[in-house]
Design a protein around this ligand. Structure first.
Ligand code: GAP
Length: 548
């Protein structure tokens, strides 16, 4: 396996993503917009395939009569597509209005804004000056960044850097301030020329605000772009139960855009301000919820493996009790060792959370808080609920057991863009293949799972004459109704293979002189490079079988 923490590998992936039309920066011709990304022709197909696989594997293709391995019982699945802007009370009861914030810190000198928990620093001294030098870089990039800033601050030449005396190791700014070992007056901000320019940390709500209607201005018009798709599912729980006749246990799946005004979007698409989520809210009997939590954690882990992510780069991490949200009974993250992270670090792809009855109760009763181990409605000084719930009964009546209860929820919540990024990073390979003369040629190949590959097959006439294009076009037309395929007759066959390898196309079908005599084509496998002859009449069925 390639070395983790390889920024230059990440740079090559980002450059291929741009060069081959997977991902572009949004509004690039105007200089781009930080935290927003567009998917190009190959990228949109890849992302759609990720979402389609999820939808088919989790929702549409679910066999509700079978007991899937690891599941406590058979269960049903339904789908939903909710609006991005919802009633503002949704976010008040869910807790996002009061609690969905990060701590930010501004620099009066550089006018830059940072996430407080992203700043790290180290004490440095030279002659009579001592300063706590900070950086917003993480992992292996933090120490050289701090060293460069200290050198600049002390006005030293490169050969003088050894004169800097370092006191202690790299520590988080937030931790050092809480511990009282650093004050803001001592801190040299990441882009500041002098210490003491960072402001006190302030809360910053991550929800994007907007106004509804033509007369904007008063608080009643205020609305928010959803920061997660989940709440649309909770507020429709009763609608789905009443209209689709599903019975607990069942899940509702939704794919859609979410928006978070991240203070420091970074690492390509990993932390974006507009992104897509693929979320399931699974409703079950409270007594069975721990078993369902384990089922969904393991099922989602297996999904990534089945679609080809390298197991050694994945990590399933159960949260410690002190990391859990105030309502959560258990949470696990599925994490991936993205190449932009330091060795040993992982980034979250998906969280699987046991949310208890927090969400349904919040939308019935009002915003909840945990007090003495119990979830209770938060009240203001006047004793009234701080944020009033809908008052609608969101409990479930089981007409067989004659029990009424508020179902518990297991939530597997995945990011479609982070999934795409992980699949891209994992697929990226550089190797050597023999060229047409048998000499080794270096190639870049995206070893995407065939279900995810934007183009499944390329049809290549060896030359543009002797009737080969005609046979190739006929094959292209018979394959196209069944899968994404491309016809390509431009350039040498070696260059055409190289183009398809970079796009991640698993199979190339070449029409050559022999095709005209025995009606066979060569089928080249992207990963093994093995070429086999296949009767042209069997190609469609063979590739359809491989994709099934
Ligand atoms: N409903 C639960 C929820 O939204 P989350 O952990 O905040 O949980 C779920 O988000 C997933 O959404 C994450 O695991 C990640 O894949 C994706 N996600 C969250 N914030 C993101 C961002 N700023 N950019 C890209 N993906 C993001």
């Amino acid at each position: 396996m390639e070395k983790q923490n390889d920024q230059s590998r990440m740079d090559r992936i980002v450059s291929l993503a741009k060069r081959r039309g997977f991902i572009f920066q949004s509004s690039e011709i105007y200089g781009g917009l930080n935290g927003f990304w567009d998917y190009g022709p190959l990228g949109v197909a890849l992302k759609r395939n990720v979402k389609d696989c999820w939808w088919r594997d989790m929702v549409a293709g679910h066999d509700e009569l079978a007991t899937i391995q690891g599941a406590p019982s058979p269960y049903e699945m339904a789908g939903l597509d909710c609006t991005i802007i919802m009633h503002p009370q949704v976010w008040k009861c869910s807790g996002h209005f009061d609690l969905f914030h990060d701590w930010m810190i501004d620099c009066r000198d550089s006018k830059r804004r940072y996430r407080y928990d992203h700043l790290n620093g180290r004490w440095a001294s030279h002659r009579d000056k001592k300063v706590f030098v900070t950086t917003d870089q993480s992992g292996d990039e933090a120490p050289p960044s701090i060293a460069a800033k200290a050198q600049k601050f002390f006005g030293l030449r490169a050969k003088q850097v050894d004169e800097i005396e370092w006191i202690g190791g790299l520590e988080s700014l937030a931790g050092s301030i809480t511990a009282g070992t650093v004050t803001l007056a001592d801190v040299l901000g990441p882009d500041a020329a002098a210490p003491g320019t960072l402001t006190e940390p302030r809360e910053f709500n991550l929800m994007f605000e907007t106004r509804i209607g033509a007369v904007a201005g008063n608080d009643d018009d205020r609305a928010f772009l959803r920061p997660e798709t989940a709440q649309g599912i909770f507020v429709n729980f009763k609608n789905v139960v009443d209209t689709s006749r599903v019975r607990v246990p069942f899940g509702i799946g939704q794919i859609g855009k979410s928006f978070r005004n991240e203070i420091t979007p970074r690492n390509f698409t990993f932390r974006s301000r507009e992104f897509e989520q693929m979320e399931i809210e699974f409703f079950c009997k409270p007594a069975d919820s721990a078993a369902w939590y384990r089922y969904w954690r393991d099922r989602r882990w297996k999904w990534y493996l089945d679609l080809g992510l390298t197991e050694g780069r994945l990590q399933l991490r159960e949260h410690h009790a002190d990391e859990l949200s105030h309502y959560s009974v258990g949470t696990a993250d599925i994490e991936y060792a993205f190449p932009f992270l330091a060795a040993g670090e992982f980034g979250e792809l998906e969280g699987i959370a046991h949310r208890g009855d927090f969400d349904l109760r919040s939308h019935m009763e009002g915003k909840l808080v945990r007090r003495d181990g119990q979830l209770v409605v938060e009240t203001g000084d006047d004793g009234k609920p701080r944020h009033r719930g809908s008052g609608k009964d969101l409990s479930y009546f089981d007409d067989i057991s004659r029990e009424r209860y508020v179902p518990h929820v297991i939530e597997p919540s995945a990011g479609a863009d982070r999934g795409v990024l992980a699949f891209l990073c994992d697929a990226y390979h550089e190797d050597e293949v023999p060229d047409e003369d048998g000499k080794p040629r270096s190639r870049t190949v995206m070893k995407l799972h065939p279900r995810l590959a934007p183009v499944k097959a390329a049809i290549l006439p060896l030359v543009k004459k002797d009737g080969m294009p005609e046979v190739a076009i006929e094959l292209y037309r018979s394959l196209k109704p069944h899968m994404a395929c491309q016809y390509d007759e431009k350039g040498s066959v070696g260059r055409r293979y190289a183009r398809q390898d970079e796009a991640g196309t698993p199979w190339c079908l070449t029409i050559d002189g022999q095709t005209l005599t025995d009606k066979t084509v060569t089928l080249r496998d992207r990963d093994t490079l093995v070429q086999t002859r296949v009767p042209v009449g069997e190609v469609v069925e063979m590739l359809r079988d491989r994709l099934a």
